[in-house]
Design a protein around this ligand. Structure first.
Ligand code: FE
Length: 191
């Protein structure tokens, strides 16, 4: 697959496969992805983290478990699906925050007293399925990971990116960042 084909496939997922509701909120997956990427852009994050913010829930677009499997008691493991989908095309600066964005919620609930109160209803529901707040040992292990800080930053954007009716740039605007950090097809160089 050429680089253009890879980029088209990603843009198509965000454009055509993202009409499902974002969990139990009143926005769809595409609006959530765009809001998350916009927050990262406005915060002056590196291109890799803006791309990660745009793509962090792509696992929801490549699986068929419905809009909010947590309602049925299912942990969809979308962060692992998303990571697996992205891992051949991007380096760890993009893929690790995606892989760790659910763990980052468990981390923040363990390390910040008021964080749990900021979670939306569906995040609370999925938190228990994902293992609840981290233990002290899990917190220490998470802190030691190279992309832990970026994952925590992405998680904060994720929590805020649920605003009904917010205007954002379109998918094509953020695909520029994605194009800037996708690996060339011939080499698998890490970003
Ligand atoms: Fe999200």
């Amino acid at each position: 697959m050429t680089q253009d084909q890879r980029l088209s496939q990603i843009a198509d997922l965000l454009t055509l496969k993202a009409d499902g509701n974002y969990g139990l909120s009143a926005i769809n997956q595409r609006q959530h992805a765009l809001q998350c990427a916009l927050l990262a852009e406005q915060a002056g994050c590196p291109d890799t983290l803006i791309a990660a913010a745009l793509l962090h829930d792509i696992g929801h677009m490549v699986h068929n478990l419905g809009e909010n499997p947590a309602e049925d008691g299912v942990d969809d493991q979308h962060e692992a699906l998303g990571h697996a989908f992205l891992a051949n095309w991007f380096g760890p600066a993009v893929t690790e925050p995606v892989r760790l964005h659910v763990a980052a919620k468990r981390y923040l609930c363990a390390t910040e007293a008021d964080y749990f109160a900021k979670l939306s209803g569906d995040s609370v529901l999925s938190l228990s399925l994902q293992g609840g707040p981290m233990s002290a040992a899990e917190v220490a292990a998470f802190d030691a990971m190279p992309h832990a800080a970026a994952a925590v930053q992405l998680r904060r954007f994720d929590e805020q990116a649920k605003v009904k009716g917010l205007q954002t740039p379109r998918v094509a605007h953020f695909m520029t960042y994605v194009a800037g950090c996708i690996n060339p097809p011939a080499t698998a160089a890490a970003v």
